[in-house]
Write a protein that binds this ligand. Structure first.
Ligand SMILES: *Cc1c(COP(=O)(O)O)cnc(C)c1O
Length: 381
């Protein structure tokens, strides 16, 4: 097997532009390869400018940003944190890092994100038992804005602070405002498969200067201001390096183009894929939502077609095309088998019926045609 298969169509491979190398060069020339430096400051400034966030701290991963974000919201041992079940495990793992417990909430069928009704049900139920969740995590899966208006209304009513996991949603908007800036804390990821990448990296945004300062402090081993190494709080080695931030600066220049391209890919699939009965593309934009369309996904309704997502995935595999099932809900994961869940059927059905298609911004129209032709082939009609 070749280490890199040039013929293979991947789900969402990294896509570099022209200016990343300039920033890297400059960093090496200037000896700025430490986890501080001008690229890091510049990258954080770029993210603030693009999103309108007051403050940004670049970190080693999105997971690290969620970890520190939950700590900012005061999550600690024994606390409960509300979290959608339909998401990547990295959304919920930091709840466990902090000794807290997740309470999972089902999706709604349009955006596939957290259901405001199930959320209200959970909060009412917990209140009856005098349990007050410490935080709510929102996720904008596949770049799709969740029903922010409805969800934030419920969260405010119950006084629950919000962490917005916008790891997949950089460049998406809701009512014109960039995602990641609706919660008390917002999180982005620059992992290799995301819309922009630094090979690995993340960022936390907040409007509170004291919180940004605290995150910088925790992320660099929590060194007290003293000439020697003194520590009063638990810290981590979570800062992004100035080198990787240089890649990030080059990537940030490309964000509007990348969003445009991923949206075109979705539109193209939409136009050409109405070939299998029961095949639908998703998720759908809520009123006021504008998705970066990080990944285009499809669902296959078993009442209308005999083709299963797994059959389709294996068929695409024979054409050297990568596709992948939608996220397996967290309430079905052995790791979280003891966690409570409100609802659960909507995201379970999505998992059973869905598939993610190649959606990388470097795809050509002949690449897209290759996927569509392969899918058409499996259509018996
Ligand atoms: C990628 C991702 C994360 C984690 O980001 P990393 O940078 O890979 O640690 C968290 N949540 C969601 C929804 C993600 O897709």
């Amino acid at each position: 097997m070749r280490s890199q298969d040039y013929d293979r169509l991947y789900l969402s491979p990294p896509h570099l532009g022209r200016h990343e190398l300039n920033y890297l060069h400059k960093a090496v020339e200037d000896n700025w390869v430490a986890p501080i430096g001008p690229n890091l400051d510049g990258f954080e400034r770029d993210i603030c400018e693009f999103t309108g966030a007051g403050h940004c701290v670049a970190l080693s991963s999105g997971t690290a940003a969620i970890h520190l974000g939950l700590r900012l919201l005061g999550v600690g041992p024994g606390d409960e944190v509300l979290c959608p079940s339909f998401t990547f495990v990295a959304t919920a793992n930091p709840i466990l890092y902090l000794g807290a417990r997740p309470v999972f909430i089902d999706s709604e069928a349009e955006t596939w994100n957290i259901c405001p009704d199930r959320l209200r049900e959970a909060l009412e139920d917990l209140q009856r038992q005098n349990r007050r969740p410490k935080a709510l995590i929102l996720v904008h899966l596949y770049g799709m804005p969740c029903r922010l208006h409805e969800v934030l209304t419920v969260a405010r009513e119950y006084g629950v602070p919000v962490l917005e996991d916008a790891a997949e949603a950089l460049g998406s908007r809701y009512q014109g405002q960039p995602l990641g800036t609706f919660g008390d804390v917002g999180v982005f990821s620059f992992n290799g498969n995301k819309i922009l990448t630094t090979s690995g990296g993340g960022a936390l945004v907040t409007n509170r200067p004291d919180w940004a300062e605290k995150v910088r402090f925790w992320a660099t081993q929590a060194r007290d201001p003293a000439p020697y190494y003194q520590h009063s709080e638990l810290g981590y080695n979570y800062r992004l390096s100035n080198l990787l931030a240089g890649i990030g600066r080059g990537q940030m220049e490309l964000l509007p183009d990348r969003v445009k391209k991923r949206r075109e890919i979705y539109d193209w699939y939409l136009k050409h894929l109405a070939v299998i009965p029961g095949l639908a593309l998703g998720p759908q934009e809520p009123a006021g939502g504008h998705s970066n369309r990080w990944l285009t996904c499809l669902t296959l309704l078993p009442a209308e077609t005999n083709i299963t997502p797994e059959q389709l995935r294996l068929h695409l595999e024979t054409h050297n095309i990568e596709s992948r099932p939608l996220w397996k809900p967290l309430h079905l994961q052995p790791l979280f088998s003891a966690a409570p869940v409100y609802g659960g059927q909507v995201c379970t059905t999505l998992f059973e019926q869905g598939l993610c298609l190649p959606s990388g911004s470097a795809m050509s129209y002949s690449d897209l045609q290759r996927v569509v032709t392969a899918i058409q082939e499996i259509n018996p009609a």
